[in-house]
Write a protein that binds this ligand. Structure first.
Ligand code: HXC
Length: 488
């Protein structure tokens, strides 16, 4: 989208400019522009401005309705007054009632200090709507400046968080409070900048170069997802052949099982026009998640990444995958799992920090998901990780394997080191060869029906699209319950 908006010398836009850039031209309808705050303490009666510190309303993205609110940092640091909260809640309620996404553009110092409990309560009202809207309408949060306190927790309750490099931070308490309480010296950027949240905490899903890129990324993201949980994602016209033979896939998986490769070299050719929209790219790089389209329809990919930690599943990868799988399931987006996994990551650190608890989230998320679920095993499918990565009995609708697939409890060497611990080297080596012969291929699993077909890599796109078409009208539901008790 072209924009005439001019960035100031720090690359910052005003709240109004941000909204204009986000929405289709002339589509914005502003609400509550005459609302003012009601505080008369600490000289606040002299600081009333129309609309207070939030601009709110609705408009369109590519012709589709969205609701939006933007904090205005120029009005008392974008701090949240009770009046601002009332404006935000009005937009959230309208969005839930009308089945359209809510997008928040955050640039706020949190609860307005002068208002005390009134502003705190404002956040409570917003958080409650965030939770009620969860799984009903998509919620997207851009962080475009320093955000503290409640201005972090509301985004944290939404589906996707985008941050701008160097100009945005999120922290529950800022550097001054950190220094006072823990005596740690840290600046705003290190404490809660975009890189910190993209790489370490996993709070942030997209790091963008500047505000314009951030806002255009939101527009693109909206294009991949439905407006609410009763709809399907928009279907895009596609000129890419549905049964395109992907010869490049025949050469991606190395013959030596110990040689890594980039799983995105498998995912991209599967997608229409080879375009894959990756999410949380910098966090838990041993698992790759994101959207692509197949035959014009949105698909959520969840893939082990042999290029990082050999694709082993660890705590962060479990959290990342489970959350993405659940988003797809909430919003009727079919899931394609691409699997090359040697197992869960071993280690004291992993065990002590709860890989059991966290790893269980992937099982839970795949097992409860009722959207169409397809699995493609490219190479290793070992142990519990094989089971959790959308195996047949976890509920996948179609499971395929490349001829290079190895489906076993563990690798041949590990297995025989346990089974043949007490025998000589020669005998153990023989056992290793026998184990490889039996399990370092997909045929035993295929004979038992756990794999529906063993396919040539070049046919993977066509086969997955046929399976997605087969499962398109799938009608499956889990037993009625208030809600499950997912391990957290
Ligand atoms: C009232 C505020 C404010 C706030 C900033 N301002 N935050 N006014 N309430 N919460 C005002 C400043 O006084 C200043 O006014 C102007 O906004 C710009 O702020 P600066 O500090 O000059 O900007 P900057 O240096 O960029 O620092 C931004 C900041 C910092 C990191 C956000 O202002 C800050 O730490 N603010 C307080 C953060 C905080 O602790 N908030 C309460 C969180 S508790 P003037 O007039 O000088 O221009 C909370 C409760 C919910 O949110 C918790 C739920 C779980």
């Amino acid at each position: 989208m072209e924009s005439n908006t001019i960035l100031n010398n720090q690359g910052r836009l005003t709240a109004k400019e941000r909204i204009e850039l986000l929405l289709d031209p002339n589509s914005f309808v502003e609400l509550d522009k005459f609302v003012v705050h009601r505080c008369n303490d600490f000289g606040m009666e002299k600081k009333r401005v129309d609309g207070d510190g939030v601009i709110s309303g609705y408009g369109k993205i590519d012709g589709r309705l969205v609701f939006v609110y933007a904090f205005d940092f120029a009005v008392m640091g974008g701090s949240l007054s009770a009046a601002n909260a009332q404006k935000i809640v009005k937009v959230q309620d309208l969005a839930i009632k009308n089945g359209a996404p809510v997008i928040s553009l955050n640039d706020s110092g949190g609860a307005r200090i002068q208002e005390g409990v009134e502003s705190l309560t404002g956040f409570a009202h917003i958080f409650r709507r965030n939770v009620m809207a969860s799984g009903v309408i998509p919620q997207i949060s851009a962080i475009l400046g320093p955000c503290a306190g409640g201005s972090c927790y509301s985004p944290a309750l939404t589906d996707f968080i985008l941050m701008v490099k160097e100009h945005s931070q999120m922290f529950v308490t800022g550097p001054d409070v950190v220094k006072a309480v823990t005596n740690e010296e840290v600046n705003k950027e290190t404490l809660g900048g975009a890189s910190t949240h993209a790489m370490k905490s996993g709070v942030c899903h997209f790091v963008c170069e500047d505000e314009q890129q951030t806002i255009l990324t939101i527009r693109e993201l909206i294009g991949f997802i439905p407006s609410n949980n009763m709809e399907e994602a928009p279907v895009m016209p596609v000129s890419d052949e549905v049964s395109r033979v992907c010869h490049e896939l025949d050469h991606v998986v190395p013959t030596d099982p110990n040689v890594p490769y980039d799983i995105r070299d498998i995912i991209q050719p599967l997608c229409d026009h080879q375009y894959f929209f990756e999410i949380q790219e910098l966090f838990a790089r041993n698992i790759v998640v994101g959207f692509g389209r197949m035959a014009g329809r949105t698909v959520g990919f969840v893939a082990n990444q042999p290029n990082f930690l050999a694709g082993a599943i660890d705590i962060d990868a479990s959290d990342k995958a489970a959350r993405f799988i659940r988003f797809c399931d909430c919003f009727n987006i079919p899931i394609v799992a691409v699997e090359d996994v040697p197992g869960f990551l071993p280690g004291v650190n992993q065990e002590h920090n709860g890989i059991i608890r966290h790893g269980a989230k992937i099982v839970y998320a795949f097992a409860e998901a009722t959207v169409p679920k397809i699995t493609l095993i490219t190479r290793k499918a070992y142990g519990g990780a094989y089971i959790v990565m959308n195996s047949k009995c976890i509920g996948a609708d179609a499971n395929f394997a490349f001829p290079t697939a190895e489906i076993a409890v563990m690798g041949a060497e590990g297995a025989c080191n346990i089974l043949y611990r007490k025998v000589g080297v020669e005998e153990r080596q023989k056992a290793i060869e026998a184990y490889k012969e039996k399990f370092a291929n997909p045929y035993p699993a295929a004979r038992l029906g756990y794999i529906d077909d063993i396919i040539q890599p070049c046919d993977a796109r066509a086969m997955i699209i046929k399976s997605l078409e087969m499962a398109h009208n799938k009608n499956e539901s889990n037993p009625p319950k208030k809600h499950g008790n997912m391990p957290l």
